[in-house]
Design a binder for this molecule. Sequence first.
Ligand SMILES: [Mg+2]
Length: 423
Amino acid sequence: MSGTADVSINTCSRPSALRITDLRVTEVRGAPFHSTLVRLDTNQGISGYGEVRDGASSTYALLLKSRLVGENPCDVDRLFRRLKQFGHHARQAGGVCAIEMALMDLAGRAYGVPAYMLAGGRFRDRVLCYCDTDSVPDGREMGRRLRQRMDAGFGFLKMDVGIGLLRGVKDALIAPPGMLASQTVMHPFTGIQITEKGIDHLCQYVAEVREVIGYEVPLAVDHFGHLGLESCIRLGRALDPYSLAWYEDMIPWQFTDQYVRLSEAVATPICTGEDIYLKEGFAELLARRAVAVIHPDLASSGGILETKKIGDLAQEHGVAMALHMAMSPVAALAAVHCASATENFVALENHSVDELEQWSSLVQGLPVPLIQEGHIQVPEGPGLGFTELNEDLVRQHLDPDGPGFFAPTEAWSRERAHDRLWS
Ligand SMILES: [Mg+2]
């Protein structure tokens, strides 16, 4: 081969000979979240990053180390199929999904292409973000806060409208003793009902918000509280005139029949999905026409490739896909690549709008703030698109109860287990 041709070859990585040599984690607190970042190291000096779902234990990722060391990280699908038995719904999927992000990051870095290309290429080069905004009891003040988001460039909003706004409002809620304080009883079993007075109060709240922000910006609603289905239907019908973007997680996602009844009873799009693991978990909701919008969090749903498959399945049913996200830029960028590669994507959540500069600065090589004019530009750099973590900032925010900055994880290197799921 001529010397000229040699110059154009990227010799930094030989993908076919790439092997995982280590898995380490670091835990960050107050930047602004508690984030568990995962790093996969290799025999060629490149590393890939992922993030365990917000609130989940780093153990979910660490227990996968012995199943990954020695493997080629470019075999993303094969390794994901081997590992996915170690995930489950919600936070229990945190380890498997973090590893998938890190494998996609590594494969992209090895081949020198952005992760969206490994997922089939782009449908869009910038991703619309929607922002959550903390509740305040006064509707007009809530409207002003949302208006500030619009002034900052956000064109898609979300707020909470639920029984949390009815605490202290006389005769707004009916509940068995102690049940209003419960966080762990599923909605159908709480016995909590909303009264007509409670419904009127929440409708007035939303009317005041709409008076401030108008009707032209999409406004999704979440955190209704652990109400029974019939209360959800009565409240949902009463809120329909305010043309909200979707009602989110009104009931637990597991109750498909209740979602069918809810969807058929109200005229606003019904949405769920942030705790569902893998495509199979969405299949029945979609087949039964139980939802109009799915809302996976790819740190629970299975990572970039699986979540694209989930989006594609939803598209076949005429259902849109928004993405839940309350994590660092590492997970957010994984979501950005998935959103870029999924045709029926609508909007990606962000919970860090009030600390956007610091949040954005956790990674290097990308614009600060990462969100500009309400969008994230899809990175063109390899893998997830950032060059490195901002080690100084990560070290400033290390969780004192965590393992330190990617400390050795020798204890997880050797584990004997027969993982086969059949005999
Ligand atoms: Mg939610």
